[in-house]
Design a protein around this ligand. Structure first.
Ligand SMILES: [Zn+2]
Length: 242
């Protein structure tokens, strides 16, 4: 039986109650569970006949298997700073994560073989909506993104990896994923539009693409939007005007 949000990944008739399933001979739990549609990255705990088991255990005839998601909607992740690898279809989510300051590799197209290599070597959390990709054993840490809309995807990932506390908004280049550095206004004065030169004193620069960032008029709006996304709430409605 599959518990919590894992049930939604099964065929409809298998949800919500125990069912019988015949596995290939000598299948281990990882293969058995993935054959039913649940990638190993989503699995927190497994019980076989009431005792804790690892995904490497061989399934035997008559075993009663219970599969649980990570508790509290969480997940396993590499030690230290949160770093992500978004697959080719999650460009908007990658941009949101960079906006919050998280190192998020993303290239379109990035072949699955490369994602698997990076998922193994760089110890990033691989973000994908593709279950087949996440079933790959090379991917040590992964997250099956359920929501189709980028804002909801960010909410999902933020909750699962407790991102709100670690976010450093506007500290990373949205285009190259490199950390931004402070730059003196005098050094870049010539490159600024006149209106920006007149109204702003704080500037950041990306040494990858040479782009200059400053807290423009959309900055406050974006910060408010990000705050509400991280807290899982919708943005407050605009005050009514008479
Ligand atoms: Zn850049």
């Amino acid at each position: 039986m599959f518990h919590g949000n894992l049930a939604g990944l099964l065929a409809r008739e298998r949800r919500g109650a125990p069912f019988e399933f015949a596995f290939a001979r000598a299948a281990n739990l990882k293969n058995a569970v993935e054959a039913l549609g649940v990638p190993h990255t989503e699995i927190g705990r497994v019980l076989v006949n009431g005792a804790a088991a690892t995904l490497a255990r061989t399934v035997r005839d008559g075993d009663a298997v219970e599969v649980f998601p990570w508790p509290d909607g969480g997940a396993a992740a590499p030690e230290g700073e949160r770093r992500f690898l978004a697959d080719a279809h999650l460009g908007a989510l990658a941009r949101y994560l960079r906006m919050l300051g998280f190192d998020t590799a993303h290239a379109n197209p990035l072949p699955d073989t490369e994602i698997r290599r990076l998922g193994h070597d760089a110890r990033r959390v691989v973000l994908s909506r593709d279950r087949e990709l996440l079933k790959c054993r090379d991917i040590l840490f992964g997250c099956l993104v359920r929501a189709p809309a980028p804002e909801a995807q960010l909410r999902e990932v933020a909750a699962r990896y407790a991102l709100a506390a670690a976010a450093q908004p506007f500290s990373r280049c949205l285009r190259c994923n490199l950390p931004l550095d402070r730059v003196e206004k005098a050094a870049i004065m010539q490159r600024l539009p006149e209106i920006v030169r007149a109204h702003h004193e704080q500037f950041m620069i990306c040494h990858g693409c040479d782009r200059i960032y400053w807290p423009g008029s959309h900055y406050a709006r974006m910060q408010a939007a990000l705050r509400s996304l991280l807290s899982g709430r919708q943005a407050d409605p605009a005050p009514a005007t008479s």
